[in-house]
Design a protein. Structure first.
Length: 317
């Protein structure tokens, strides 16, 4: 990633299952907390690399069951403590370095909906699920904010908390969404958008979705009102091979016009088979067996997106 020219990286950060996120060429020791994972050999090596911004899709063991109704205050206190401790660890460890670490959830609308991805119609009790997500996000945010307040100006590192949405377009169809039914009730530092439903509708629709998020989001003083990131965007080059560079031009134009703070391409290497019913064994050497969400192909060559973004990043450097 660094050789391609980017200084932003996004990584999975889940203590109880790092081997599921990164199973190859690694032997993970058991981690019980976010801090233990941050102190693991692999993440210590990663964090020493010259990234300027690191986005971490974080989920701690203490958070399992966040969507249950009627949880005690101790449950949310444990989550707040978890995020306070890991944020404080980063703020102290990198107090002399200009580094931004963003702790965020994975695609929040899928998390909100649980096993029913469509929500057409929404199930009974959907309002209670939205309220549970609000309390969960508020606990994460409180922990990060507490650590920042404790460190004050004694660190050059910034640790932020983001809430990620992914089904913004559904709100226009009358389906309850995280954007409309969760974000207005909880303040966070940043809202991240896994933006396939917006980007796939073309640039005007993408702009409309970003504006929809900004209309409903409450972001605090760290980045200011309407602070947005695009946590995932990409084009599956084998499944959708036409106008790749032009479509990335359009998407980046929209993000620049909308003053998006960060954007993370999905992904460095593709992890999606072209045919899930006849998935090949791993490692995969033939690029045609994958959907094509990549910057680097299995044979080591750059994809169209890899050439496009590497060219942009090296111009910036």
């Amino acid at each position: 990633m660094l050789a391609l020219g980017t200084r932003l990286g996004k990584f999975w950060f889940e203590p109880d299952r790092p081997e599921r996120s990164y199973p190859f060429h690694s032997k993970w020791k058991c981690c019980r907390t976010l801090v233990e994972l941050a102190k693991s050999d692999y993440f210590e090596q990663l964090l020493r690399l010259p990234f300027q911004t690191i986005l971490l899709e974080a989920f701690a063991p203490a958070e399992h069951g966040w969507d249950r109704v009627g949880l005690p205050l101790e449950f949310y206190a444990a989550i707040e403590r978890e995020y306070y401790e890991v944020a404080l660890h980063f703020l102290r460890s990198f107090h002399e370095r200009t580094l931004t670490v963003v702790l965020q959830n994975w695609e929040g609308d899928w998390m909100l909906r649980g096993g029913d991805k469509k929500w057409t119609p929404p199930p009974s009790g959907w309002q209670q699920r939205c309220e549970a997500m609000q309390r969960w996000l508020a606990a994460r945010q409180a922990g990060v904010a507490k650590a920042r307040a404790e460190m004050g100006a004694a660190t050059r590192c910034v640790v932020a908390h983001a809430a990620e949405v992914n089904r913004v377009d559904d709100g226009f169809k009358g389906i309850p969404t995280m954007t409309r039914n969760v974000l207005p009730a909880v303040e966070v530092d940043l809202v991240s958008y896994s933006a396939y439903d917006g980007m796939n509708g073309g640039p005007v629709h993408f702009w409309k979705c970003l504006n929809e998020i900004r209309t409903h989001a409450r972001t605090g003083p760290l980045f200011g009102p309407g602070a947005l990131a695009v946590g995932e965007f990409g084009i599956p080059e084998n499944a959708s091979p036409r106008r790749i560079a032009e479509r990335y031009d359009e998407a980046l134009g929209v993000m620049l016009a909308a003053d998006v703070r960060y954007a993370a391409h999905w992904q460095l290497y593709c992890n999606e088979f072209a045919n899930h019913e006849a998935a090949p064994g791993t490692p995969v050497a033939d690029p045609s067996l994958l959907r094509g969400f990549w910057l680097v192909k299995p044979d080591g060559s750059l994809s169209e997106g890899g050439k496009y973004f590497s060219g942009l990043w090296h111009r910036v450097i």
